[in-house]
Design a protein around this ligand. Structure first.
Ligand SMILES: [Fe+2]
Ligand SMILES: [Fe+2]
Length: 299
C-alpha cells in the first residue's frame, strides 16, 4: 500500500481517539533550556526539581547499571554534574516518555515495551560509536522513541492489536505487514504523526517513520540504518516484544548494513559474532534499568 494511504488511514485512527499521549511540558522546557549557549547547571536542576516525578526518575536512572556510578548519587544537581549537559537531554526525554505512557492498560506489558525501547536505544548508541557517527546520544534517543506508534495501538486499538500479536506469535509473519492487514496502516505512520504533534525534530520523525524500511530515508539515512540494525539485533537477542523468536537475519542482506558501510567503510571489518556477544552482556543491564525505573512507581 502507498505511504500516503497509510498516513491517511493513521490520521483517521488518531482523529478517532480523544486521549492521545502528550509529552510533559517540563521536558520541552528542559530541551529548550539546553539549547541556550549560556545555560547554568542550577537553572536546569531547578527546572527538573519542579517536577518531582522527573526528579525521582533522574536519580533512579543515573544510579542504574547503565551509567555505572562509583557511589550512589542522591541529588538532582549531582546527577547533572555527573552526566553532563548532553546526557541530560537524553535523560529528560527518556523520563518524559515514561510519563507520557504511564498509568494506562495496554495490550502488551509496558515493561516489555520499555525493555525493547531501551534495548534498541543502547544498541543504537553502541553501533553509532562503532560507526563513528557524530551524535551518539541522538542515536540513543532515536532508538528509544522508534516504536512510539506501537503504544498507540496497544492502548487505543486493544481488541484488534491483540489479534495482530496473536497472529504473529511464533509465526514467520512480519509485524508491520500484519498491522497493515488489520489497520490499513502501521505503527510507523501512526508514530510519525504522533511525533509531528509533539514537534519532534525531523530526524527523529524520520526514524519513527522509516525504521522498517531504511532505504526510504532521505534526511539522515545513516541514523535510520543504525536504529534498524539495533532493532534487528534486539529482536534476536530476547529484547523484542513482537513474539519474534523465529527471527534471524543475515547482516549482509540487510539494506541498512549497506547504508552503514557506505557511511563508515571501516565497518566492513566488524566482527559481528563478537559484537553480538558484547550486546548480550548489555541485556541484563537493560532489564535491570527498566526494573529500577518502574520499581515502586505506578505504571
Ligand atoms: Fe518497529
Ligand atoms: Fe522495534
Amino acid at each position: 500500500m502507498e505511504k500516503a494511504h497509510k498516513l491517511q488511514k493513521a490520521s483517521q485512527l488518531i482523529a478517532g481517539t480523544t486521549d492521545l499521549p502528550t509529552i510533559p511540558i517540563i521536558a520541552t522546557k528542559v530541551l529548550e533550556l539546553l539549547e541556550k549557549p549560556d545555560v547554568e547547571l542550577d537553572e536546569v536542576a531547578d527546572l527538573i526539581l519542579t517536577d518531582q516525578v522527573m526528579a525521582a526518575r533522574v536519580i533512579k536512572i543515573v544510579n542504574s547499571p547503565l551509567y555505572r556510578t562509583a557511589q550512589e548519587i542522591s541529588s538532582v544537581k549531582r546527577a547533572l554534574v555527573f552526566l553532563g549537559f548532553r546526557h541530560i537531554r537524553e535523560l529528560a526525554l527518556t523520563c518524559s516518555f515514561l510519563e507520557a505512557f504511564q498509568g494506562k492498560d495496554g495490550v502488551f506489558d509496558i515493561r516489555t515495551f520499555w525493555e525493547h525501547s531501551f534495548g534498541v536505544g543502547v544498541v543504537s548508541k553502541l553501533i553509532a560509536q562503532r560507526a563513528r557517527y557524530h551524535d551518539v546520544e541522538k542515536a540513543y534517543l532515536a532508538g528509544i522513541t522508534h516504536d512510539i506508534g506501537e503504544v498507540f495501538f496497544s492502548y487505543n486499538m486493544q481488541h484488534d492489536f491483540q489479534k495482530v500479536l496473536d497472529e504473529i506469535k511464533g509465526r514467520p509473519h512480519k509485524l508491520v505487514e500484519t498491522e497493515e492487514r488489520y489497520f490499513g496502516t502501521t505503527h510507523c505512520e501512526v508514530g510519525e504523526l504522533i511525533a509531528q504533534s509533539w514537534n519532534f525534530p525531523p530526524q527523529y520523525q524520520e526514524v519513527i517513520a522509516h525504521h522498517h524500511a531504511p532505504e526510504n530515508a532521505t534526511l539522515e539515512p545513516t541514523l535510520v540504518a543504525i536504529v534498524n540494525l539495533a532493532d534487528l539485533f534486539c529482536s534476536v537477542r530476547q529484547l523484542g516484544y513482537e513474539g519474534s523468536e523465529w527471527v534471524s537475519f543475515n547482516l549482509a542482506e540487510e539494506g541498512a548494513w549497506g547504508i552503514l558501510k557506505n557511511f563508515a567503510p571501516h565497518m566492513r571489518n566488524l566482527d559481528v559474532e563478537r559484537f553480538c556477544y558484547e550486546l548480550d552482556d548489555k541485556v541484563s543491564d537493560i532489564r535491570e534499568l527498566v526494573k529500577s525505573v518502574f520499581e515502586g512507581m505506578e505504571v
